[in-house]
Design a protein around this ligand. Sequence first.
Ligand code: RNT
Ligand code: ZN
Length: 415
Amino acid sequence: MNSYTLAKEQYAALGVDTEAALASLSRIPISLHCWQGDDVGGFEKPNATLSGGGIQATGNYPGKARTIDELRGDLDQALKLIPGKHRLNLHACYADLGGKKVERNAYTVEHFQSWIDWAKARGLGMDFNPTYFAHPLADNGFTLSSPDEGVRRFWIEHGIACRRIGAAIGRQLGTTCVTNVWIPDGYKDIPVDRVSPRKRLEASLDAIFAEKIDPKHNLDAVESKLFGIGSESYVVGSHEFYLAYAVKNQKLYCLDAGHFHPTEQLHDKISSVLQFVPELLLHVSRGVRWDSDHVVLFDDPTRGIMEEVIRGGFVSRTHIGLDFFDASINRIAAWTIGTRNALKCLLSALLEPRAQLLTAEKAGDHTARLALLEEAKTLPLSAVWDEHCRRQNAPVGAAWLAEVRRYEKDVLAKR
Ligand code: RNT
Ligand code: ZN
């Protein structure tokens, strides 16, 4: 008997249908963030590096994608190593400008058409992000909440342009595009006036979202943050600000796993937030001390997130995206490790002996609940995961690493 058949029986004895779990897993897309491939550089100008914005990619592993074609080749390689059909999450600074200088507030779908065509040819959906950093008008640390009306106007226009691009993406690909607003605005040191920037941010967001856009094509999300590099003392778009904004305006709220206090985790936020906002966007990430963007692991915080999505029945209202950038290891391996781990956490949640756990909980039998939760942790998840990889034509176990090494030698080493 092979290990999957044995595992299937073991799970069945606990009332878990592994076939149903595999079917569910194959229907959940993960939105792969383009920015892991080039350290959040983008292609607006040659050799762009991430400047400012309170985020930083550290490391100098060789082979970083320098052009759109290289990034697409790298994404193709990563996608081969990740089981299932997924999505591409693109930032506006990855526009295909054909060498021309186009201001961000003048971006239209034509600057992203080659990405849409690329995604379409691969049957991938896409998500989108206005880029409010790495730009001279963001250099003083304020964009949508800037006291300068001209600066604010520029970024509002960028936001409006990006929603229209998002809608075009959604329409062309036949799957809703989530366009996520994250801005870096904040102060390194203690502000006196915490109110005015927040008032200006609210007004700017209202202006961006004023145009009615069919939610079938584009959904708007807003992402909060606790602090960034250079905005340690005050971030305009804090958790309370955006949660309240999303509730009031019925927007999607984006929870980034690296954007809270180090001991704070996302799992307990999901059912609270989804009670009051229509849908949720997740930036699955890993905070380590001051960095919010380490590669996602098969760890308790990530498992906790996926458990809540599954237990709450929230799959149809949750958009799962990744958000990390590590330039110190092979970038394709980073995508592969992080995405496979997010999927593995989802599978682990789908394989939970839920009926038994709920029976114990409803009966007030907290002893059995704890006992079962702990026993479930060492059930043969890996046999089911391997079966998933096999059925989805992705490498089983660590076999993907040899593929990355081969690609590194054949492609990355020549850059
Ligand atoms: C930054 C936010 C944001 C970015 C991307 C590049 O702290 O998490 O989501 O990482 O937009
Ligand atoms: Zn994020």
